[in-house]
Structure formats: C-alpha cells, structure tokens
Design a protein around this ligand. Sequence first.
Ligand code: ADP
Length: 184
Amino acid sequence: MSDYINKPNSNLKNLQTKTSSIYRKSLSAVFPGSFDPITLGHTDIINRALPLFDRLIIAIGINVDKKYMFDTDTRIEMIKTVYRNEPKIEVMQYSGLTVDFCQQNDLKFILRGLRNPADFEFEKTIAQTNRKLGDVETVFLLTGPETSFISSSIVRDIFRNGGDISKLVPAEIMHVIISEQKKE
Ligand code: ADP
C-alpha cells in the first residue's frame, strides 16, 4: 500500500498536462477603431491576428464629437460582410474608454496595428495607461509593407473626390460604398 502511495502517478501527471493544454482558457481580444471605413490595412491586421485568438471582437468606438463619413450601422454592416464566414469574429460598438469596454466584457487583450514610428509613439502611452488602469495588455502587429500606407482618412479623401478606392478596401464592401455614393 505505502509503495502505491509513494509512487509518482504518471497517468495523473499525463492527464494534467493534457487537460491544461486542451482546456486552456479561451483567448479573446478586442480590435478597437473607427473603421470609417474598414480598409485592407485593418483586414491585414485582423487576418494575421485570427490564429492567435479564439475570439476577436471588432469594436467600433463612437465619439459623439467626431463626424464620421459612414454611419455606425453602415460601418458594422461592412465589417460583418467581410467576415460573414469567420465565426471567431464579432462586431460591437461602444462609447467611452476602451479599457472600460474591456472590463465590461471581460477582455484582457487589445489588438492594435502599427504603421510607422508616429503610430508607435501614440500607441505606447495609451497601452501603458490601459495596463495601469485596467490590467489590459495591448498586442501590436506590424503592418505588412503592401498595406502600411493605407488609412481610413486617405480612403475617405479619395472617395470624397470621386477617386477609385477599390485597391484600398476589401472587395466585399465596394457595393455598400457605391450605394452610399449614390445617396450623396
Ligand atoms: P484609421 O487610423 O485608419 O482611421 P482606426 O482608427 O480605425 O483606423 O484604427 C484601428 C486600428 O487599425 C489601429 O490600431 C490602427 O493602427 C490600425 N490600422 C489602420 N490602418 C492600418 C494599416 N494600414 N496597417 C496596420 N494597421 C492599421
């Protein structure tokens, strides 16, 4: 009997190792932004983050003092259209602090894209503040060279002036953009 008790239980150890890797807590992250509109720069970051997380919430931040080109419902529709076949992605909207949104939804990771040193300087203080305020980590992915120049504001400028934005935004949202253009 004592022999049995003192023997390391290798089966139990194996089982613990197995269960801890199979049943690790699922990882969720939020990708916050204005997505006015979603661009190929955003989708580059989202697509590369998908293998890292079990669930990715794309959260449209609403700032009442800011004027958007596309209304919130249109921006949500555009993102949902692009990711209609991706079960890991949810689209939400929020106002106020991103860190409060994280706490309300039990999210521990914020995803951000970095295009250049200016993005880094801007994001650094926000990330450090969010870690202090809400114990939330920010995960940065570096932009791909072929999309680093794209920003929603460039897309809006081209769109306003009647230019071709089809190389800057996902093909799936062109019909939404064209129908918005007709409304103007
Ligand atoms: P924008 O700056 O284009 O208006 P958002 O405010 O919606 O975009 O930004 C949401 C996130 O997407 C930010 O982390 C931003 O750095 C990232 N992002 C936007 N465009 C790109 C891009 N071309 N490459 C990498 N990340 C990007």
